[in-house]
Design a protein around this ligand. Structure first.
Ligand code: NAP
Length: 293
C-alpha cells in the first residue's frame, strides 16, 4: 500500500469556484483543509490576505480565485489586474512569510494560438487580451514564492461532488443538446481540455511531492477542436444523432470583445515527468458524463 502523505495545512482561496471547490474536495479527506470563499477572503485586498494567512499559518496556499471574465477584462483592466496579478503577488508574499508552497492557476490564453504543435512550458507566451496579460503577470508574481506551482489549465469542465451546477462551455453545449437545442461550436479552435477533477488530483500530487517549482501544463492528454469535443460528448452520451444538431462556426465569423487563441494544444509532458499522468480527454469526458447526466 502507498504510504499515507503527511497531513498538510492547506488553505484554498476562491474555494467556491469550479476548480477551487474541486481542490478543497480532493484535499479535504487527507489534509487539514481550510476553504475560504470570496466572501471570507477577498484576495485582491493584500491586508486581508496577510491577516487571513497569519491566522491559518498554512503549509500550502492554493489560489482558486481569479477574475475570469475574459471579455469584461477589456473594459475593466484594473479589476483584471487586481484579481489575477496583484492577488497572486499578495499570496506569494504570504507564502514567503509562512514558508508555504503556493499553487496558482493560469491559462492557455497566455499563448497567441498561432502554433502548429502542442505548446510546452518553454514556449514564449504572447498574450493577446487584457485577461491573458493579467494572467501572465500573475504567473510571474506567483513564481516569486519560494515553492510555487503555476498550473496552466484550459477549457475547464466538470465540478466537484456537492458543488453547484457545472459551468463553462462544455456544460453549456451539453445542456443545450439535452434541452433539444442546437449549440454553436468552433470548428477551428483547438484545445486540450481540463477536467477539474483531474486538475485537483494533479494539484494534490504536486503539493505532496518534491516536484520542482515552476510552470506546468495541467490539461488532459491530447487535443481536439470544440466541434470534435462536442461530437465526442454526443457519442459518449449514446446519442450520436445529436451530432447533426451541432452548428459549426469559425472564429472569424464570431465577434468577441477579447481575442482568443486559435490553436492551443498544450503538452503535459512536464507534469508526467513530475510523476502525474493526466488521463486522455476522452476518458475525462466519460467520467464527467457519468457524474453529470
Ligand atoms: N474556466 C476555464 O475554462 C479556465 C480556463 C483556463 C484557465 N482558467 C483558470 O483556472 C482558475 C480557476 O477558474 P474557475 O473556472 O474555477 O473560475 P470560477 O469558477 O469563476 O471561480 C473563481 C472563483 O474566484 C472567486 N473570486 C473572484 N475574485 C475574487 C477575489 N477578489 N477574492 C476571492 N475570490 C475571488 C469567484 O467568486 P465569485 O463567483 O463570488 O465572483 C469564484 O468563486 C482561474 O485562475 C482561471 O483563470 C479557467
Amino acid at each position: 500500500m502507498p504510504a499515507r502523505p503527511v497531513p498538510l495545512r492547506i488553505v484554498v482561496v476562491g474555494a467556491r469556484g469550479q476548480l477551487g471547490a474541486a481542490v478543497a474536495h480532493e484535499c479535504g479527506p487527507v489534509h487539514e483543509t481550510v476553504a475560504l470563499s470570496r466572501q471570507e477572503l477577498d484576495v485582491s485586498d493584500e491586508r486581508a490576505v496577510t491577516e487571513a494567512m497569519a491566522r491559518v499559518k498554512p503549509d500550502v496556499i492554493v489560489n482558486g480565485a481569479a477574475y475570469t471574465d475574459v471579455d469584461g477584462s477589456e473594459d475593466h483592466p484594473v479589476d483584471a489586474l487586481n484579481g489575477n496579478a496583484f492577488a497572486a503577488r499578495a499570496l506569494a508574499r504570504a507564502a514567503l512569510t509562512h514558508g508555504a508552497a503556493l499553487v496558482h492557476y493560469s491559462t492557455d490564453f497566455v499563448f497567441d494560438g498561432t502554433g502548429t504543435r502542442p505548446y510546452t512550458e518553454e514556449d514564449r507566451p504572447n498574450p493577446r487580451s487584457v485577461y491573458a496579460a493579467s494572467k501572465l503577470l500573475g504567473e510571474w508574481f506567483a513564481l516569486d514564492a519560494p515553492r510555487a506551482y503555476v498550473l496552466r489549465v484550459e477549457s475547464l469542465f466538470g465540478r466537484a461532488p456537492g458543488a453547484g451546477p457545472a459551468k463553462g462551455s462544455v456544460a453549456g453545449i451539453l445542456n443545450t443538446l439535452l434541452a433539444g437545442g442546437s449549440p454553436k461550436v468552433f470548428e477551428d479552435r483547438t484545445v486540450s481540455p481540463t477536467y477539474v477533477i483531474d486538475a485537483a488530483r494533479a494539484t494534490r500530487h504536486l503539493v505532496e511531492s518534491s516536484a520542482p517549482s515552476g510552470v506546468y501544463h495541467c490539461v488532459n492528454s491530447g487535443h481536439v477542436t470544440w466541434l470534435g469535443f462536442a461530437q465526442e460528448l454526443a457519442r459518449q452520451l449514446g446519442r450520436p444523432e445529436l451530432i447533426a444538431r451541432l452548428v459549426p462556426v469559425r472564429m472569424a465569423d464570431v465577434t468577441l470583445r477579447a481575442a482568443r487563441p486559435r490553436y492551443c494544444a498544450l503538452s503535459n509532458d512536464k507534469l508526467r515527468s513530475a510523476g502525474f499522468e493526466m488521463p486522455a480527454w476522452q476518458d475525462a469526458v466519460a467520467r464527467f458524463l457519468r457524474d453529470a447526466v
